[in-house]
Design a protein around this ligand. Structure first.
Ligand code: 5SP
Length: 229
């Protein structure tokens, strides 16, 4: 079932090691078929070099496994909550990419220091709070998804398709898995540049708003990143 979807998700997952975003079996990509409401996601704990398209696990938005010989990624409940909360999201990535995860562990959002950032993400890339003891002791991954969804109910997830979860790591999204991976690569590069920028000049300030606006809206214009505004 949904073989094309599983193939696309397999190919998107294989980009994570290709771009140096993951070590061992860390990280995962999913993509949803909005007609069926099913999404395909990387199986939990399977080495990337052993993965095949058939290994992708099909899930529904109630958290039921529809098809797949493996367990779905442990982060599946987070992906699920984001798909439920935001209809324009078609693909989601979670990694522990080192530079973005370092900002997440430090509990800081990534300011926009330059046009590389502004070309893809409008303003600061946020870091949401660490989960509470109750949230951690409960459904950790589901609560991570609910926390991200809560933040972006008040903030534009189309303008900033990325978030850092404090003491954990980054999540990115897009219209499909490949675009979510693209945003994960951009996030890691921007995180690296920003960290180095602050080392070179600890007094550095964000780029002027007019420069940020020029670059973001030149690429995204009045049309939203996901369609007509
Ligand atoms: O965030 C985590 C663990 O902290 C996960 O993303 C693992 O890094 C990958 O788990 P699986 O997808 O293999 O279950």
């Amino acid at each position: 079932m949904l073989e094309e979807l599983k193939k696309a998700v397999y190919e998107a997952n294989m980009l994570l090691p290709k771009y140096g975003l993951v070590t061992f079996t860390w990280g995962n990509v999913s993509q949803i078929d909005r007609e069926t409401g099913y999404f395909a996601i990387k199986p939990s704990g399977v080495d990337y070099d052993k993965l095949t398209p058939e290994d992708m696990v099909l899930m529904d938005l109630d958290g039921n496994k529809i098809e797949g010989k493996y367990n779905p990624s442990s982060d599946t409940p987070t992906h699920l909550e984001l798909y439920k909360a935001f209809p324009n999201i078609g693909g989601i990535v979670h990694t522990h990419s080192p530079w973005a995860t370092s900002w997440a562990q430090a509990g800081r959002g990534i300011p926009c220091y330059g046009t590389t950032h502004a070309d893809y993400m409008y303003g600061e890339i946020p870091c949401v709070r660490c989960l509470t003891k109750e949230e951690i002791d409960g459904a950790y991954e589901k609560n991570t998804g609910l926390l991200i969804a809560e933040y972006f109910k008040e903030n534009d997830y189309e303008a900033v398709p990325a978030v850092l979860c404090k003491n954990h790591g980054p999540f990115t999204w897009g219209r499909d898995g490949h675009e979510a991976v693209h945003n994960a690569v951009v996030l890691e590069e921007v995180a690296k540049m920003a960290a180095r920028c602050e080392t070179i000049n600890p007094q550095v300030k964000p780029a002027p708003q007019e420069l940020q606006d020029k670059h973001y809206y030149r690429k995204h214009g009045a049309d939203a990143y996901y369609g007509q505004k």
